[in-house]
Design a protein around this ligand. Structure first.
Ligand code: ASP
Length: 437
């Protein structure tokens, strides 16, 4: 029997998860049942993805850079990648600002609703503000200082330090290029092999993806807060989602114009990673799958994918930056503040930097939003206004974050002559290969 394509399996898993949670939460014991007996399987699935993130970065980045063989290629790739990341982020923030100024979602919030929202979510907002305070207290060059780990084992022991591991891997790869080939050979071989093993592990984990997303979505639905305040936030949610949808079309256009690949080719290749990003709300947890899809299904050379994608997962968050711009102005509107052009231009800078600084984990964009608010003189307690619908918006913005990384990977690969035909195997072939006939 012909097996369903992977993205259909994942979509069915998601739909069943939602339906299951809606059904069982009708019973008084339903919510607790999902939390106790279903949610842990979602956590197991996310952990299985996360556990391979650091070895994947080390294996793929070191062997990718060592394969480049010279430093000019590396600097060409580096400059293109960083420029495209910054450019797309600035475009995303600007798009968010235009939309929020046209739609004016904050004007739809009455004073009563505002007070109700603030009192309902004050505590949660306070927690995020405290978390952001810690980041704010550090000096202007702290982010740069933090790039260099003082101990690689310590750095590699936390997914929060991915950027440090990336810097170490690039540095190590450079060393490998510069030593004699007979000495470099075995080390290169080791990391190339490690990379292969990790890619195979991703195949195995993906076998469980439909079940993993079932559990994740069931838990999200069961734990969702009440919907009574949703209506007030409808226009705000619409502004974010509309902006993200436009950004999505923009990526498709970029891929078409600069990488010469059709929208259907791009979407078919990347959709499983998008669905996982949506289900997990974490670019970092999705990274292994993004890499596998981009290399094997979109035809990006592993040298490019292994450099562009891990950096993108940690610093390039276009969806997050658009959301931060919309949210900041929405909160200002709800408090009856009129933001001058100068302040809004300032938001372009702070939201760009805040999205770079956001960790690739659920809810991180909201913590960094505090910094955008503070810079623009908007009351931080306004965070309470947007709390009720942050999770669904996080799911959407993470999907866009991952799509943005894949877009840049394709454009950089094309520019360097490293975009080939995908060596895609049909999903059922891969499945048979993994589980055996
Ligand atoms: N969850 C997002 C990500 O992992 C970050 C955010 O909160 O916006 O990409």
């Amino acid at each position: 029997m012909k097996k369903l394509a992977l993205h259909w399996r994942i979509l069915i898993g998601m739909a069943l998860g939602v339906a299951f949670a809606l059904l069982v939460t009708q019973f008084p014991w339903g919510k607790q049942f999902v939390i106790d007996w279903i949610k842990p399987f979602g956590n197991i699935f996310i952990n299985a993805l996360k556990v391979i993130a650091i070895p994947l970065i080390l294996g793929s980045l070191i062997s990718g850079i060592a394969d480049l063989n010279n430093l000019t290629q590396l600097s060409k790739m580096g400059i293109r990648t960083i420029s495209l990341y910054i450019l797309t982020t600035v475009i995303a923030v600007s798009l968010g600002l235009v939309i929020v100024n046209v739609v004016r979602p904050g004007a739809a919030i009455s004073e009563g609703t505002r007070a109700q929202l603030v009192s309902s979510y004050e505590k949660q907002a306070g927690d995020r503000i405290t978390a952001a305070e810690k980041q704010k207290q550090s000096g202007p060059l702290k982010a740069l200082e933090d790039l260099i780990p003082e101990n690689i084992v310590a750095a590699a022991s936390s997914n929060g330090n991915m950027l440090q591991v990336i810097v170490f891997a690039i540095f190590f790869g450079l060393g490998l290029i510069l030593i004699p080939p007979d000495k470099a050979g075995p080390v290169k071989g080791f990391f190339a092999g490690l990379n292969e093993v990790i890619l195979k592990m991703i195949d195995l984990i993906m076998l469980a993806a439909p079940f993993g997303v079932f559990a994740l979505l069931a838990a999200i639905v069961a734990e969702a807060p009440g919907t009574d305040l949703f209506v007030a936030l409808l226009w705000y949610g619409f502004s974010v989602v509309f902006g993200l949808a436009l950004l999505y079309c923009f990526y498709i256009l970029l891929v078409y114009v600069f990488a010469r690949r059709s929208p259907s080719f791009f979407l078919k290749g990347i959709i499983p990673a998008q669905l996982l990003a949506f289900s997990t709300s974490s670019s970092a947890a999705t990274l292994p799958v993004t890499m596998e899809r981009v290399e094997e299904h979109l035809g990006v050379d592993p040298d490019v994918a292994s450099f562009v994608l891990p950096i993108g997962a940690t610093v390039n968050m276009d969806g997050t930056s658009l959301y931060q711009a919309v949210a900041a102005v929405f909160i200002a509107q709800a408090f009856g503040m009129d933001l001058s052009l100068g302040v809004q231009l300032g938001i372009i800078v702070t939201a760009t930097l805040a999205s770079i600084g956001s960790a690739a984990v659920p809810g991180a964009g909201m913590v960094m939003l505090v910094i955008v608010l503070a810079q623009a003189g908007i009351p931080e307690v306004g965070l309470a206004l947007i709390f009720a619908i942050d999770r669904p918006l996080d799911m959407c913005r993470t999907t866009i974050n991952v799509t943005g990384d894949a877009t840049v990977a394709m454009i950089v690969a094309k520019a360097l002559g490293k975009l080939g035909d995908p060596h895609e195997k049909k999903w059922d072939e891969r499945l048979d290969e993994v589980i055996g006939e």
